[in-house]
Design a protein around this ligand. Sequence first.
Ligand SMILES: [Zn+2]
Length: 481
Amino acid sequence: MANVGINDGRIVKIGDFKPNSSNIIDAQGLIVSPGFIDMHTHIDRGIVKPEGSNVKNYLTQGVTTVVTGNCGSGTWKVNEYFEKLDTLGIGLNVVHLVGHGTIRKAVMGRDDRDPTQEEMIKMNELMAQGMQEGALGLSSGLFYTPGSFSKTDELIELARTVKEFNGLYATHLRDESNYTIGLIASIEEAIEIGEKSGIPVQISHIKALGTPVWNLSDEVCKLIEDAQERGMIVMADQYPYMASSTSLSAAVIPGWVKEGGKSEERLKDSKLIDQIKKEMSENIIRRGGPESLVIVSYSPNHEFDGLSLAEISSVLKMSAVETAMTLVLEGSPSIISFNMNQDDFAYFMKKDYVMTSSDGSVKHPGIGKPHPRNYGTFPHKIKKYVLEDELISMQHAIRAATSLPAKMIGLNDRGQIKEGYIADIVIFNTKTIDGIASFEDPHQYSKGIAHLLIGGQSVIENDQYNGKLVGKTLKMNEYRK
Ligand SMILES: [Zn+2]
């Protein structure tokens, strides 16, 4: 128990002193924690819009800093992106990653082949531009097209460029299941990319997806820990829910169908259809069957929102495969997929190198049934896994959301309550903290965040967001100085 003195945006004094200020927050009975840092988000698209720039669904979770550009999707035009955010005004601090998928698509389109020498040079130029303009590193989405069309060497080359700027490599693995090379080989690939280029590796949203790879968490962690013993920095992030969320297309349509952006043509090609259907059927089973794939939002018919593929196929009187194909072609919906196992999930969460992340985006209360992680990640983890299940300690949960990610990012004056540090602070109530968003009723802001300060300025006061936009864009070349 201590007082925390803040002046000019920084923590200046901690201890048992008499506060000499009229501006006092009484935090008696509450926990005063560093603001939460979310290592893995997809808020890029939402935060650049005026109605989304406050990122309220994250502020209400106690989040003060997020990383954008994940899963291979981030822009390399960091100056342009950050200027847009600075002009608009943003609710929280933003760190950014350049996406491999984005630069590959810009240089090579959706081609399924290796880059030519000139194309590789061009990709490295875009990568270097992103780093020069302040990116933290490179993200990849090797499961998605066009990332899936690239071989390991291409990533190593780009990672070598990142090394020149001391950045890191964050990866959505090539395979979190047994779609192609399998979970274990994918972890090995991620480590190889980091090891050969000499940069830290972050395994994004770590999980064992689908029954064929259940109970492999110890093998996955052994590979990570062996690499750490060899001197590498390898960490992971995890969202605290046992269901994942992605597009229906990514989950069930084979990657080769999307080559060259010709998926619609191929899905309607009578010569290919049998093979596509066979693979789709396997992919649906891998994901736990049609009952465990739930539609988030289907724009042609919102009555399907929140229904499973099995339920929709009985409404449409079509097979699960044909239903999935129809939905992809007509509405390209996102899904929630229940595909993880409790033991793996808990095994990962207890590791001291696994950080908390949401994998979410900007959401506004309204249509669709998005994953509750968008609204509830950080409070839900504390309420469910610290206070209720006692799977991890409060200290473990707070560290995974604060000093651990700060260290990974290299934010040398954030992520701790420490004299001289920037006053990004969340004050929460253990009696009321709750990520109440559920799979059935996801559009609910979290509870229990009593106060939130970003750079010493109050944004949540007595559980209410005051509408202020005090977040900053954080360029690596500036904050690592
Ligand atoms: Zn991802």
